[in-house]
Design a protein around this ligand. Structure first.
Ligand SMILES: [Ca+2]
Ligand SMILES: [Ca+2]
Length: 242
């Protein structure tokens, strides 16, 4: 997908490369503080007249329980000479349950390296390619298939590096960090859980693809590669959780 740049005024000092998601190193605390402040605006003052009584609101529908799996061929990941192991996606599972979205990504054995592998879940929560960031890369591949409303970056290469982005506009410059999720490394992959409330209270139905890339050590810093594997592949229909 086009590079995502966190909209923060402070610099993202550790971003060195032109990778597919140039967000790394951009702290979220500042944005979270803004979000909290914004949420606190508009409250009524102590002198406000009492609101008329209203009927009790209708309880929300019970959360959905959904699950879907996607897969991708082994051995199709692009290789880069300076990257010791090229991450090769082979399967993923997304589940909605209890108001949460659980996401799992799996790689060909020994190709997921927590030191160098980054994987992103590109979520089209309204099934509308015309909303959110277009496509899955800077070339706008899959622009007719996915419009990314939320992007979840899983990055265990450094503490606190993953992020959940909301992308309200067509440009990745509109993406804002909502949260820093905690992901868990498992055998040949990662698992994490995100509250649907974070995803605009989405009901859990969504279209998605996964993308992975790597970090190449370059002296004292790093450089992000381009996208090395997609799942489902570019041109194929997106995964659908519904
Ligand atoms: Ca693959
Ligand atoms: Ca969309």
């Amino acid at each position: 997908m086009p590079s995502i740049t966190a909209t923060e005024s402070r610099s993202c000092s550790s971003r060195m490369g032109g990778g597919p998601a140039g967000w790394r190193g951009c702290g979220s605390a500042w944005l979270l503080a803004l979000a909290v402040a914004a949420a606190g605006c508009g409250g009524g003052g102590s002198g406000s007249p009492a609101a008329p009584s209203t009927p009790a609101p209708t309880p929300p529908p019970a959360p959905l329980s959904l699950r879907t799996d996607v897969s991708d061929p082994a051995g199709d990941a692009l290789r880069r000479a300076l990257l010791p192991v090229s991450p090769d996606l082979v399967s993923a599972r997304l589940e909605t349950s209890g108001g949460n979205l659980r996401l799992s990504a799996r790689f060909t054995p020994s190709t997921f390296d927590v030191r160098t592998t980054i994987v992103a879940f590109y979520l089209d929560t309204d099934f509308n390619p015309s909303t959110g960031v277009s496509g899955v890369n800077d070339a706008l591949d899959d622009a007719a298939i996915l419009g990314l409303d939320y992007v979840i970056i899983v990055d265990l290469t450094a503490p606190g590096s993953g992020a959940v982005f909301h992308c309200p506009g067509r440009s990745s410059n509109t993406c804002r960090i909502l949260n820093r999720p905690t992901a868990t490394a498992v055998a040949d992959g990662v698992d994490l859980t995100v509250s649907l409330s974070l995803l605009g209270n989405d009901d859990g139905r969504l279209a998605f693809k996964l993308v992975t890339w790597g970090l190449v050590p370059t002296g004292a810093t790093f450089t992000e590669t381009e996208e090395l594997d997609y799942m489902p592949d570019v041109g194929l229909p997106a995964g659908r959780l519904e």
